[in-house]
Design a binder for this molecule. Structure first.
Ligand code: SF4
Length: 333
């Protein structure tokens, strides 16, 4: 079976213009050759610190930002080649839930109008049929019918995000990008939002790209995970293997940073320190392995060429020279 989403060598480079004349002085490679695929009905978790390129990746997939290279196939359709008109029609298949529900909902529109917007744009049924659908959607996100005539300002953060979710799934999309859907919300309501997203996925067999900086959130949500660092994927794999045996030093650092806040992760080894140092300026990416300025295992080879992705079996890949047999004698892993 073809995957629902297939991304090959995706790139998004932004030019940098500086000085009075705004001359082009360089570029930021926000996304620099990212490849992954997502099976239908699966959740792929994309995790990284801010500046890793995860949000730009998600937005590029939907062409909310134009990629500068690569292929994106969604449901067998090459999204990069679609004309504006075709893209508009195709949009019903792919939607996004934004991080901040307050800024993504028009404060002057009632909930009914907000959820109805995509239905109207794509010519869904009569006014009565649309109302039926909106009521069904409200029920699905567990909001009472009275909320139809409320304004976003009268709702809590969690309730607003439920409206955002109802709007995103109104047209039965095949693929939804969840861009940090819970990170603007109180911890107490995060779990409920995740439950709602999972129920909806089950009901409609939706494929999710779940973007987050919070690796721990993905443990119960994602089927597969991709760890991003400075515009590149450094590790991909099944959620169980990444949590049980993180292979890339950056993933190990992210996981051990979690273990300092949650005591439940007793299997993490004591020598794993929380992540040290700052993510480098993307304009001054280190040569070789991009993680080497923060990597406790860095050795000579790491400053040469960028390491390739090493296949470690069981659909688990990692971009680190420590997996290379020719260096096995060296630094000690
Ligand atoms: Fe660390 Fe070198 Fe592996 Fe990069 S390639 S993660 S610097 S050991």
């Amino acid at each position: 079976d073809e995957p629902m989403v297939r991304v090959e060598n995706l790139k998004k480079h932004f030019p940098i213009h500086e000085g009075v004349l705004q001359r082009r002085t360089g570029e930021v490679r926000a996304v620099d050759g990212v490849s992954f695929s997502i099976e239908q009905g699966e959740t792929f978790g994309l995790v990284g610190e801010s500046g890793s390129g995860k949000t730009t990746t998600g937005r590029s997939l939907l062409r909310l930002t134009e990629p500068t290279g690569g292929t994106i196939e969604i449901d067998g359709q090459n999204v990069v080649d679609l004309s504006d008109e075709e893209l508009k029609r195709f949009r019903r298949n792919m939607q996004i839930v934004h991080q901040d529900p307050t800024s993504s909902l028009n404060p002057r529109h009632r909930v009914k109008t907000i959820i109805e917007a995509p239905l109207k744009i794509h010519g869904y049924g009569s006014a009565d049929e649309r109302l039926d659908r909106i009521e069904e959607l409200l029920e699905m996100v567990d909001l009472p019918r009275e909320f139809l005539y409320r304004y976003p300002g009268q709702l809590s953060g969690g309730q607003k995000q439920r409206v955002g979710i109802a709007r995103a799934v109104a047209l039965n999309p095949k693929f939804v990008v969840l861009d940090e859907p819970t990170s603007a919300l109180d911890v107490s309501v995060q779990a409920r939002i995740v439950d709602i997203l999972e129920d909806i996925q089950e009901e409609y067999n939706i494929t999710y790209l779940f973007i987050t900086h919070d690796l721990s959130l993905l443990r119960n949500v994602a089927d597969r995970i991709g760890v991003m660092y400075l515009g590149r994927l450094v590790e991909t794999g099944d959620v169980g293997s990444v949590f049980e045996t993180p292979e890339h030093p950056y993933s190990r650092a992210l996981l051990s940073a979690i273990s300092t806040v949650s005591e439940a992760d007793e299997q993490l080894k004591p020598e794993q320190q929380p992540i040290e140092g700052e993510i480098p300026d993307p304009r001054e990416k280190p040569s070789g392995c991009a993680f080497r300025s923060r990597c406790p295992y860095a050795f000579d080879a790491c400053s040469g060429d960028e390491p390739p992705m090493y296949e470690l079996g069981d659909d688990h890949d990692s971009r680190c020279y420590l997996h290379d047999d020719q260096y096995q004698e060296g630094p000690g892993w």
